[in-house]
Ligand binder design. Structure first.
Ligand SMILES: Nc1ncnc2c1ncn2[C@@H]1O[C@H](COP(=O)(O)OP(=O)(O)O)[C@@H](O)[C@H]1O
Ligand SMILES: [Mg+2]
Length: 313
């Protein structure tokens, strides 16, 4: 069955191992994480493991995140783990590592692949140490990523309201956001769920932002449309979803346009992106709207009027 697995998995990781009778199979990237993998394996089997804390649980328990604290001779090591339970429809996609309409998006294998790509191509990713899988009827029903723990980092949506007294700090955060978007542009990566809860801020003011929750990405995006959508999604949320009739915006349209110019001012599609951005600031692009379909268009084929009608519905 090894031949059915995606290349990146069989190339970049050691052959998978089972560490107990838990049923979980582990792909290790980094030997130093073996002890953490053992702890996680024990926890997933019978919850009998010290130092594992459940952080979040989402969408009828389909996704859970954990913090692992391991006592080692050199001190305590922290790890982050994210478990994805796959609905049956997505399990074949998880096996072969394709994400498309037929096999499903957003399975653990896609999340792993995009995390690795982001970490390889930019300074805005998170390091992955291991990947675990639990099979049912020959398909991965549960998958788990073991990653670096971002100690004392906080998500952007937590940091932003805390610095509401300091316009300079806020401006610095927005410039950091554009630095990250420039890196995404250069790497040809579009993160399809880049809201402020999925961007982490370090306590070190020099450190770049990190993007997490990478299950849905596109590597076929039009650069100008991609930048407009990244900013649109992010700032729509930061502006409290543009809630009121005359909303008090945290980041106004002029500022948003300046940020956009900084990221894709010299791209051929900039003028389309400039017209697209106000729509994305105003309207939600959550499902049933397809962000993926929007960024995979080419800017010269975009009909903005039709798009606005679509967004209004
Ligand atoms: N590597 C990490 N280190 C520390 N905390 C993290 C890390 N990755 C995510 N988190 C925290 O866990 C939360 C959930 O992670 P996320 O990947 O966004 O999962 P979900 O799919 O449930 O939104 C994040 O909002 C963040 O606070
Ligand atoms: Mg998230």
């Amino acid at each position: 069955m090894h031949w059915l697995r995606p290349r990146f998995l069989t190339r970049q990781f050691h052959r998978p191992v089972m560490l107990s009778g838990s049923g979980w199979r582990w792909w290790l990237m980094d030997e130093s994480a073996r002890q953490a993998v053992r702890t996680l394996d024990r926890y997933l089997w019978n919850k009998d493991a010290e130092g594992v804390t459940l952080l979040t649980e989402k969408a009828a328990k389909l996704r859970s995140t954990y913090r692992l604290a391991l006592s080692e001779p050199s001190g305590t090591s922290l790890y982050f783990a994210k478990q994805v339970a796959q609905v049956p429809r997505k399990r074949l996609g998880g096996l072969v590592g394709s994400d498309n309409v037929l096999l499903g998006f957003n399975h653990g294998t896609a999340e792993l692949a995009y995390n690795l790509a982001l970490d390889e191509r930019t300074t805005h990713g998170v390091k992955t140490f291991a990947f675990g899988e639990y099979f049912q009827y020959g398909l991965p029903a549960r998958q788990v990523l073991l990653q670096e723990y971002l100690t004392e980092w906080q998500s952007f949506d937590v940091v932003w309201p805390r610095v509401n007294y300091d316009a300079k700090l806020r401006q610095a955060l927005l410039w950091k956001l554009t630095d990250m978007l420039v890196a995404f542009r250069d790497a040809g990566i579009h993160h399809l769920d880049l809201h402020p809860g999925n961007v982490m801020v370090s306590p070190d003011p020099e450190a770049p932002l990190r993007a997490i929750d990478c299950g849905k990405m596109s590597t076929q995006a039009d650069p100008a449309l991609s930048a407009a959508l990244h900013l649109g999604v992010f700032l729509h949320e930061l502006n409290n979803k543009y809630a009121a009739v005359s909303p008090q915006l945290e980041v106004d349209q002029q500022c948003a346009q300046n940020l956009l110019r900084h990221v894709v001012g010299s791209e051929t599609g900039f003028s389309t992106a400039e017209q697209l951005l106000p729509l994305l600031l105003r309207y939600s692009t959550k499902r049933p709207f397809s962000r993926r379909r929007l960024v995979q268009r080419r800017h010269h084929t975009l009909d903005l009027q039709a798009l606005e009608k679509n967004l209004q519905n």
